[in-house]
Design a protein around this ligand. Structure first.
Ligand code: PLP
Length: 406
C-alpha cells in the first residue's frame, strides 16, 4: 500500500520488507481465472463464509476450523427506517456470530492460514473481540493461542477468551501498546501473527461480510453501506469484497461507504475532514465508551482512506452519549442488541442524514459488528441514560396493580 511492490504468496511476508510495519499488503487475485471457473449462481449449498472460497486466499486442500462462521442474517429494519424517514434500511447482524462479533471472519481465516504454514501457536493483539474470536476459532481447531489485550478490556470479553482456554496477557497500557508488544513477541517466539492489518489475510476474511450482503440481496448492491471504524480493517475488508464482486461483474455498482468513528477516537474522521495525509499523521490519544473503536493509530489507515475516497463515501463522528443512546434505539426498533461499537452505526446514520450524506430514497445497509452481551456495563448505562429501569415489586398481584402499568 506504500510503494506498490508485489510479493508472491510463497514469500510468506506479513508486510512489505521495504516499509516494515507501515508496508501493509493488499491481496491481489486473478479475476479472469476466477471468473472463468466460477459463477455467482454456482457457489454451492454450504452456508457461511467458506462458500466464497474461490475468492479467498487459501489452498484448495487447507482445512478450516469446524466452528460455523458467517451466514448471518440481513434484517429489514422497517420501523427504524420509518423513524428516520428513510425508504429502505437493512441491518447485517454480526452479533450472532459464534463468538459474538464480525471478528470471527478474520480469525477463522487466521487459523486456516496458520495451519497452512504449519504454525504451532497463533497470537494477536486486540481491543477484545478479535482476541475472543481467535480464542474461539483456536478452541474449535485445537490450536494454542496467546492474546495481548489492554488491561481495560471489558471483563465479558476477557472471560470469554479464558473460557476458550486462551493464554491471556492483560497489557498495562493501551491497545496500541498491546499491538506493538504482540509484534515483538510473535517475532521473538516464532508465533503466527493475526494482528489486524499487519496480517494481510484478515481483511480477506472480513470481506466475506460484503459478499454475503450482496448475495442476500440477490446480487443487487445497496446505495450506501455503513460500518463503525477503529483500525479500519472491517471498512477495508468491506470495500475489498465489493471490489472483488465488481471486478467479476457479479454486482454492477459500488456503494458509497460511510465509516463511523467515535469523537474520542477519530483519527481517520479527522484526517478525512481536514485533508491530512495518514501516511504521516501522528497517533492520537483514544478514549471512548466503544472500546472496540478505541485506537490511537489505525493500522489499516491507508486502506480505510482509500475505501472512502474511491467510493465517494465519508467519515462521520459520534460522541459517547449518542453511541450509548443508540443501543436501546436499535434494540427497540429492530430487536438487535448491539455493543457500543455496533450501535454507533445507528448514531452515525443520524449524523449522515443531518449532513445530507444519505437521502430519503437511498437503499442503505448498516452492519452491526458486535453483540450487546459483550459489554453489559455499557448496556446498563445506556438504559439508565434513556431513563429506564426495572420495577422492584413484592411477590403479589396487588403490588403489580399498584405499578399502574396498563
Ligand atoms: C473491531 C471492531 C470494530 C472496528 O473494526 P476495525 O477493523 O478495527 O475498524 C467495530 N465494531 C466491533 C464490534 C469490533 O469488534
Amino acid at each position: 500500500m506504500r510503494c506498490g511492490a508485489t510479493h508472491a504468496p510463497e514469500a510468506q511476508v506479513y508486510v512489505c520488507p521495504c516499509h516494515g510495519q507501515d508496508g501493509i499488503l493488499d491481496v491481489e487475485y486473478d479475476y479472469s481465472a476466477i471468473g472463468a471457473h466460477h459463477h455467482r449462481d454456482g457457489l454451492g449449498e454450504a452456508l457461511g463464509m467458506w462458500r466464497y472460497r474461490p475468492l479467498l486466499p487459501l489452498c484448495s486442500d487447507t482445512p478450516v476450523a469446524p466452528l460455523h462462521v458467517g451466514g448471518t442474517p440481513l434484517l429489514d429494519a422497517d420501523r427504524l427506517a420509518a423513524e428516520l424517514a428513510l425508504y429502505r434500511l437493512q441491518i447485517k447482524d454480526e452479533g450472532v456470530q459464534p463468538t459474538g462479533s464480525l471478528k470471527d471472519r478474520a480469525s477463522a481465516m487466521a487459523v486456516a492460514k496458520a495451519r497452512e504454514v504449519g504454525a504451532k501457536v497463533v497470537c494477536t493483539a486486540s481491543t477484545g473481540n478479535a482476541a475472543a474470536a481467535l480464542a474461539g476459532l483456536c478452541a474449535s481447531d485445537g490450536m494454542p493461542c496467546v492474546i495481548f489485550v489492554p488491561e481495560a478490556a471489558p471483563p465479558a470479553k476477557v472471560a470469554q477468551m479464558l473460557a476458550y482456554g486462551a493464554t491471556v496477557l492483560l497489557v498495562e497500557g493501551s491497545y496500541d501498546q498491546a499491538f506493538d508488544l504482540c509484534l515483538q513477541a510473535a517475532d521473538h517466539f516464532g508465533w503466527y501473527n493475526r494482528n489486524t492489518a499487519f496480517n494481510p489475510y484478515m481483511a480477506e476474511g472480513k470481506k466475506t461480510v460484503s459478499l454475503e450482503i450482496c448475495e442476500q440481496r440477490g446480487w443487487k448492491a445497496p446505495d450506501v453501506l455503513m460500518v463503525s471504524v477503529g483500525d479500519g480493517c472491517i471498512l477495508a475488508g468491506v470495500h475489498k469484497g465489493l471490489r472483488d464482486l465488481l471486478a467479476l461483474g457479479w454486482i454492477d455498482k459500488m456503494p458509497r461507504l460511510i465509516g463511523v468513528q467515535a469523537t474520542g477516537s477519530n483519527y481517520l474522521a479527522e484526517a478525512w475532514r481536514d485533508g491530512q495525509d495518514v501516511r504521516d499523521k501522528k497517533p492520537i490519544r483514544a478514549k471512548t465508551v466503544a472500546d472496540s473503536l478505541s485506537v490511537g493509530l489505525p493500522r489499516d489507515r491507508l486502506k480505510a482512506m482509500r475505501a472512502i475516497e474511491q467510493t465517494a463515501g465519508a467519515f462521520v463522528q459520534v460522541d459517547d452519549p449518542a453511541i450509548l443512546q443508540a443501543i436501546p434505539t436499535l434494540a427497540r426498533l429492530t430487536g438487535v442488541f448491539a455493543e457500543p461499537a455496533g450501535a454507533a452505526v445507528v448514531a452515525g446514520l443520524k449524523v449522515a442524514i443531518g449532513q445530507g450524506l444519505v437521502t430519503a430514497d437511498d437503499d442503505i445497509v448498516l452492519i452491526n459488528t458486535g453483540n450487546g452481551l459483550k459489554d453489559i456495563d455499557s448496556a446498563q448505562r445506556s438504559v439508565a441514560l434513556v431513563g429506564d429501569r426495572a420495577h422492584r415489586v413484592a411477590a403479589n398481584l396487588p403490588a403489580v396493580e399498584a405499578l399502574d402499568l396498563a
